[in-house]
Design a protein around this ligand. Structure first.
Ligand code: ATP
Ligand code: MG
Ligand code: MG
Ligand code: MG
Length: 477
């Protein structure tokens, strides 16, 4: 079943049940707690919180999502895209746990001839929050799922929340058993690769405070009403229903891999495992980059722009590792446009702009690489000649300061060369430089260190979906 049809069936199921279809919001919403929209519920947050009256009692959508917290997983796991589509149904004080569970079960198990996804009910497993007897009872007594295929998990997996203060609630997740050839027995608690998570049903009822109930804190209050917020991974359903090995080989992502095979002359299906990761990273990241630029992000050195820059640079670097030396981004963006524009016409109408942005970015990066790589290579050679496998912090700092190499690029290239980097020394040099810059600025009576501070947070903590609080990684659930 094609991705387009998976989307269509989801919306049709819920529209038939009276839900109002709501278009995807932009990836960029005006929410200070969020870098990118990372779940279907984000555009509905005010309705859950009671800050605005919901225009409908129930709604359904397929939301564009970006999760930068998953960037390191891409290409290595079978299931993590940085951009993906989350299909959802939402109840604002209308139905609650039983309604949500019945709907989900109906859609996934109804036969394909009858408009469903046709998953074998014997292969479905679910999890519930550790103290959620009610959800467990519904799965067992109302749906008839055997008790052995219902597992309890703590808040890290089965509590979802966002923002501070923000809505949250226990959740129940649905998994599909891919079979013994993909891992060990024992349900999702034992193996999340064999048992693939496809759908999360969140019972939105709480207000969370500074501390997240995900990590055991008590909620600080109740929402004005009990709500439902669900998220089904469209790419994950496509992965299963198309009989491929992972989310990168589905109909809307695979064409990029095929194009890179043509451009590089390397094989994907019979290639090395290292090349396999490279193909998948390229296919994933170029799609995310295209969708982000489509929604107005431009490459830059801070915040969203920096995430975009990092994604595009990873595409270019991985293409070079596959032996492609000519510019590739415009070509690959064209493939993404052809795959994505039937669902996202904005990608076709903005194509010229997107192509211009990636063309400029790739030219600039290739120039950076051309000068910096020589310096990098000689630093590597020197390190190895000295019998060490740690690239000095001073080299990483010089690459950053003089040649515009972001630290993550140095880290990646060093690891490919079999070296680690003395990050502690690098940070110290960065701190000293910042302190100098700040003193200079103060001397000139300019305050403005804000942008650097922000960049600094990003660099220190890696790229997180949320800013400001360490436990705000929504993708941890
Ligand atoms: P996982 O544990 O596999 O990382 P998650 O628990 O973080 O997934 P949720 O936050 O529950 O995911 O999101 C709802 C649904 O969205 C998931 O059940 C899954 O189907 C899909 N999904 C989540 N993250 C991704 C991703 N990076 N790529 C593709 N689909 C995803
Ligand atoms: Mg996750
Ligand atoms: Mg989940
Ligand atoms: Mg999960």
């Amino acid at each position: 079943m094609q991705t387009h049809e998976i989307r269509r069936r989801f919306l049709a199921h819920f529209e038939d049940a009276g839900h109002t279809p709501v278009p995807s919001a932009s990836l960029i919403l005006d929410d200070p707690t969020l870098l990118f929209v990372n779940a279907g519920m984000v555009q509905f947050k005010p309705y859950f919180l009671g800050e605005a009256p919901p225009p409908w009692a129930t709604a359904t959508s397929v939301q564009k999502c970006v999760r930068t917290g998953d960037i390191e997983n891409v290409g290595h796991t079978t299931r993590h895209n940085t951009f993906f589509q989350m299909a959802g149904n939402f109840s604002f004080g209308d139905y609650f746990k039983e309604g949500a569970i019945r709907h989900a079960w109906a859609l996934i198990t109804r036969s394909q001839d009858d408009g469903g996804y046709g998953f074998d009910p014997e292969r479905i497993w679910v999890t519930v929050y550790e103290n959620d007897d009610e959800a467990e009872r519904i799965w067992h007594e109302v749906i008839g799922l055997p008790a052995e295929r219902i597992q309890r998990r703590d808040g890290r997996d089965n509590y979802w929340d966002m923002g501070i203060p923000g809505p949250g609630g226990p959740c129940s997740e649905i998994y599909y058993d891919r079979g013994p050839e993909y891992g060990v027995e024992g349900g999702p608690v034992a193996d999340e690769d064999r048992y693939l998570e496809i759908w999360n049903l969140v019972f939105m009822q709480d207000v969370r405070g500074e501390q997240s109930p995900k990590y055991g804190a008590a909620p600080i209050g109740e929402l004005p009403q009990k709500n439902i917020d669900t998220g089904l991974g469209v790419e994950r359903v496509a992965f299963l229903l198309q009989g491929v090995d992972n989310v990168y080989e589905t109909d809307l992502v695979r064409p990029v891999i095929d194009r890179v095979v043509e451009l590089s002359g390397h094989s994907y299906d019979d290639g090395t495992p290292e090349d396999g990761v490279r193909f998948r990273v390229i296919a994933d990241h170029v799609r995310t980059g295209t969708m982000l630029i489509g929604d107005g992000v431009v490459p830059g050195n801070e915040g969203r722009g920096y995430v975009l820059r990092r994604l595009l640079r990873r595409v270019v670097r991985n293409a070079r590792l596959l032996g492609i030396t000519d510019p590739v981004l415009v070509d690959l963006v064209g493939i993404v446009r052809d795959a994505m524009s039937p669902s996202y016409p904005e990608i076709a109408t903005s194509y010229e702009r997107i192509a211009a942005v990636v063309r400029r970015e790739e030219e600039a990066f290739l120039a950076t690489l051309a000068t910096g790589s020589r310096i990098f290579e000689s630093a590597v050679a020197e390190t190895k000649a000295g019998g060490s496998d740690v690239l000095p912090g001073s080299s990483a700092f010089a690459l950053h300061d003089t040649y515009g190499f972001p630290i993550d690029l140095t880290l990646e290239m060093a690891s490919e060369a079999g070296l680690s980097v003395d990050e502690g020394a690098f940070r110290e040099l960065m701190d000293e430089q910042r302190a100098r810059a700040k003193a200079d600025a103060a001397a000139r009576k300019h305050g403005g260190a804000d942008a650097t501070a922000y960049r600094e947070i990003l660099e220190r903590s890696g790229l997180t979906d949320f800013l400001g609080y360490a436990d705000q990684r929504a993708d941890a659930s």
